[in-house]
Design a protein. Structure first.
Length: 424
């Protein structure tokens, strides 16, 4: 299949593919660097469930890594994480957070940037990702940033610009698209690029699961809307970007990796059927059109007690492929025998190796921005009932979030119902 990039260079795609291939054989158990006397110091922004997992993963990823700073909006998640790590025998030796390296509040991250951390883990709600990433690069830090890039198109463009700033300063950026660090995906997609299934003609991607019935405590009367929405950030468009952005971007990222180019157009639909509160949809179906009339059908859903499916399927002129490790062509089936069992650790292993100069320079900012922009295309089409092009989303100026980032009132309208005007 012939491909041509639209709007963004293929440098990020090619660079990360080459880097991932080089890192594919980099064994977690030997990532170490045992001879280096200087530890890698890590700071974590966001001490909730996602950040807690990242803290454990980074401490398992290589030898001589120390978690030295924590930041969250409140003290309670910090204290809970401190206790959990100190009592986790697998990683307790890597916990080295002094009380004066615990920071709270909406601007607590600024204090963390003044510490001697080498790597900052950004695991805050997605609205904050562009802000925290830019601050970290300005402070001369390497970064691991959870997906997605941002909640809106201007935020994605900011991430791309910050990524270029990091490149100029030789600061590494890894993101939470762990499939790009998973050996089975790396091996299989390389075979696709080498022509194992011929020219790609179509693909399907799914992230269909539960989650609609998750219960959150009601907002206390004394708590502001903004604080409550940040605490329950999975349920609000301005904090998470909706689940097509927050979650489905994993599958979208795989397709962009496979195809190596951006979609031309998105035609989507969706709705909120089962969510008990919040302004996010709980289902999307989007048809993405790529160059050469390659069609990608995307479905994502968060409704309990329905059929579930998570994955990708690619159809070529010579065969079909599950990019996680299976190719069927010419009546034969090939399965990857690579060890892809620990991608959440491997992504940190690869970043640390790059920081230590033991692996190629790593910068995934553009990749995660592209997959997030693809999600925003589909989201916008579903919200408005209109076709949305890549060129439109690249120029989109609509910004999510309150006018004032403070603990103030922030009433949220109901979920959008199409047809509605395209955002500016």
């Amino acid at each position: 299949m012939k491909t041509q990039s639209r709007g963004l260079s293929r440098r990020g795609f090619l660079e990360t593919t080459v880097a991932s291939s080089a890192l594919a054989g980099f064994n977690i158990l030997h990532a170490a660097h045992a001879g280096n006397a200087d530890p890698i110091k890590v700071g974590l922004i966001g001490c909730g469930r996602r950040g807690s997992g990242a803290a454990v993963d980074v401490l398992k990823a290589a030898d001589n890594v120390k978690l030295t700073a924590l930041c969250d909006l409140r003290e309670e998640p910090i204290e809970e994480l401190r206790s959990a790590l100190q009592n986790n025998k697998q990683v307790a030796d890597g916990f080295a957070v002094a009380p004066d390296h615990c920071f709270t509040g909406l601007d607590g991250y600024k204090q963390m940037m003044k510490t001697d951390c080498d790597i900052i883990l950004i695991c805050s709600p997605i609205y904050f990702h562009p802000i925290h990433l830019d601050e970290a690069i300005e402070a001369g830090k390497h970064v691991f940033m959870e997906k997605a890039a941002a909640v809106d198109a201007p935020g994605c463009r900011q991430v791309i610009a910050t990524g270029e700033k990091a490149r100029a300063r030789k600061l590494n950026i890894a993101v939470g698209s762990q499939r790009r660090h998973q050996a089975t995906y790396i091996e299989t997609i390389k075979r696709i690029h080498d022509g194992a299934i011929g020219d790609i003609v179509a693909a399907n991607i799914w992230w269909c699961g539960g989650g609609s019935a998750r219960v959150y405590p009601p907002k206390p009367p004394e708590m502001s809307d903004v604080e409550y929405q940040i605490r329950t950030w999975y349920r609000w468009r301005w904090t998470c970007g909706d689940h097509i952005v927050e979650q489905h971007c994993h599958n979208l990222d795989v397709i962009l990796w496979v195809l190596g180019t951006n979609p031309v157009e998105a035609r989507g639909m969706g709705s909120q059927l089962r969510r008990p509160f919040g302004d996010c949809y709980d289902n999307f179906a989007v048809e993405y059109v790529f160059p050469n009339e390659v069609y990608v059908h995307s479905m994502c859903r968060q409704i309990d007690n329905c059929w579930n499916k998570i994955g990708e399927w690619v159809v070529g002129t010579k065969g079909t492929c599950d990019p996680s490790g299976t190719i069927r062509s010419g009546g034969k089936t090939w399965k990857s025998e690579a060890d892809g069992s620990k991608p959440y650790i491997q992504e940190h292993t690869d970043l640390i190796a790059a920081v230590r100069g033991e692996a190629p320079y790593l910068n995934e900012a553009e990749n995660i921005a592209r997959s997030t922009l693809m999600a925003i295309m589909g989201r916008t089409s579903a919200y408005t009932g209109q076709r949305v092009t890549w060129d439109q989303v690249m120029k989109m100026e609509e910004k999510y979030g309150p006018k004032e980032l403070a603990y103030v009132a922030n009433p949220v309208p109901p979920p959008p119902i199409p047809p509605s005007p395209m955002p500016r």
